[in-house]
Write a protein that binds this ligand. Structure first.
Ligand code: HSE
Length: 371
């Protein structure tokens, strides 16, 4: 019998990307889909060109309805998880909970899912009765897919990173705000007379405009265009941002590494104005001196999404930018070279779509394991 799968938060940004991928892969053929809503209960179920779901949206807060499900997949966000998950579990529901939100990631009875990397742990977890499966933080998942071969062969002593994270990682209203910021500035730039001025005059005017008190920045708090924000998420007490803290904690949890085997991962997370692709620059200390050709081979043989990009200007510009990756499952890794610091120090740069492999795809693939 087909499993009853409830979808919560499917209309949001990550949820919509998830549904699009499920339609592409015809996943809906293998499940009985039940759609929920927190705000439009009773309205018609979604309709897509090649798929039609009869019936009406159910109440996402109705515990009795949720209890009838075999699997719940939620992209509704933290508040929903915090409110519903404990009540649902306390009610005795023992179905599978698949979640995009961060809240349950570090719980001891939940697993962070990224199957090209921890397929073995996922299979074991299902066998041993784990019922809560959470998608990893996007930067963590994208880093691990890119460096999968080095993790698998246990060649990494530590990683230091700088990230260049897209507006989409903060949420859809942030993307809109980024575009509003562009529009605000464009009122000046689109005037014919603007480019007749000297460059320093233009630069001064542009700076004044983005510093104007009316500049749209309610969400980002400061301008993101022509700027960057070297802080993502909340403060930790040790000087890290929470986003930076997640890199080491989640990486080691995905690998199921205990304290004595931990890989050290630390650096700085930075918001930039790309739309939906996160980029990351790494300095990696290897456990031994390995030939660069061998490293490229190890990286590219690890999973079918990673692509080693030759370390030259043309390939980098064509294949290693947010724009060349957006909307795809590609995980290019390039700028690979040994640093002058020493033969065990490797430099690398990777890009990945934050909504696909960074959010929706690991959840979709987890669902497939369960059905
Ligand atoms: N926390 C990430 C970001 C997104 O702000 O870019 C999601 O995992």
């Amino acid at each position: 019998m087909k499993k009853k799968v409830g979808f919560i938060g499917w209309r949001g940004m990550v949820g919509s990307v998830l549904l699009k991928r499920m339609l592409e892969e015809k996943d809906f053929l293998y499940i009985k889909s039940i759609f929920f809503s927190t705000s439009q209960i009773g309205e018609k179920n979604p309709k897509f060109s090649n798929f039609f779901f009869p019936g009406f949206l159910k109440d996402a807060y109705n515990i009795e309805e949720l209890k009838k499900l075999d699997i719940i997949i939620t992209c509704q966000g933290s508040l929903y998880t915090q409110k519903v998950f404990p009540i649902l579990r306390a009610s005795g529901w023992s179905g599978y909970w698949i979640d995009a939100a961060a809240d349950l990631r570090m719980n001891k009875d939940s697993l962070i899912v990224l199957d090209p990397i921890n397929h073995f742990h996922i299979k074991n977890a299902i066998r041993s009765g784990i019922k809560t499966f959470i998608g990893g933080n996007c930067t963590v998942s994208l880093m691990m897919l890119a460096l999968g071969g080095l993790f698998r062969k246990n060649l990494i002593e530590w990683i230091s990173f700088s990230t260049y994270q897209a507006a989409s990682g903060a949420g859809s209203k942030y993307i809109k705000e980024l575009l509003k910021q562009m529009n605000f500035l464009n009122q000046y730039l689109s005037k014919k007379s603007t480019f007749a001025q000297s460059i320093l005059k233009i630069e001064k005017n542009v700076t004044n405009i983005i510093k104007d008190s009316n500049f749209p920045k309610k969400n980002f708090l400061i301008p993101l265009i022509l700027n960057l924000i070297p802080w993502i998420d909340s403060n930790m007490s040790n000087g890290q941002s929470k986003e930076e803290w997640k890199m080491e904690s989640e990486t080691n949890k995905i690998l199921s590494y205990q304290k004595n085997k931990r890989i050290l991962v630390d650096g700085t997370c930075i918001r930039v104005s790309s739309l939906r692709c996160h980029s990351q620059s790494f300095v990696i200390k290897l456990k031994k001196n390995i030939d660069l050709n061998r490293i490229e081979e190890i990286l590219s043989n690890d999973n079918k999404w990673v692509q080693v990009i030759p370390n030259n200007k043309e390939s980098t510009l064509n294949e290693l930018t947010p724009l060349s990756v957006t909307g795809t499952l590609k995980i290019p890794i390039g700028r690979l070279r040994k640093l002058s610091i020493g033969p065990k120090y490797l430099s690398a740069f990777t890009v990945g779509d934050q909504l696909l492999w960074g959010a929706a795809e690991p959840l979709r693939r987890m669902l497939k394991f369960l059905i």
